[in-house]
Design a protein around this ligand. Sequence first.
Ligand SMILES: [Zn+2]
Length: 128
Amino acid sequence: MIKPVPDRDSAEWWERVARHEFVIQACDGCGTLRFPARAYCHACHDRRWHWQEVGPSGHVLSWIVNHQPFLPDTPVPYTVVMVRLADAPDCVMVGGWQGDAAPAAGQAVQAVFSYVDERFCVIDWRPC
Ligand SMILES: [Zn+2]
């Protein structure tokens, strides 16, 4: 199982995901939405920001089927999808795939909070 490795910028995001909050950062200077979490705005360089809840949905931008056993406890093959968020089209979120069939480009998807252990959840995606 793939476990998150929080860093300075993402630690609070992982805590929110564990509480099933679907949030991204919003710049207090210019309003730009961004993901993944980082210290300052790439558009205006302002360091002020807040978490903003957005809809947990989007469209498949791309995907891969991994056949390499990179992690000992993670059976292969598994599919990883890249999703363009519906409420923040400039933001792309990567996660596991929970569809019965292979994903398709442009397919509408919804986020699923999947528990990794007692502390962490990850975002997976399933067809709408
Ligand atoms: Zn900004």
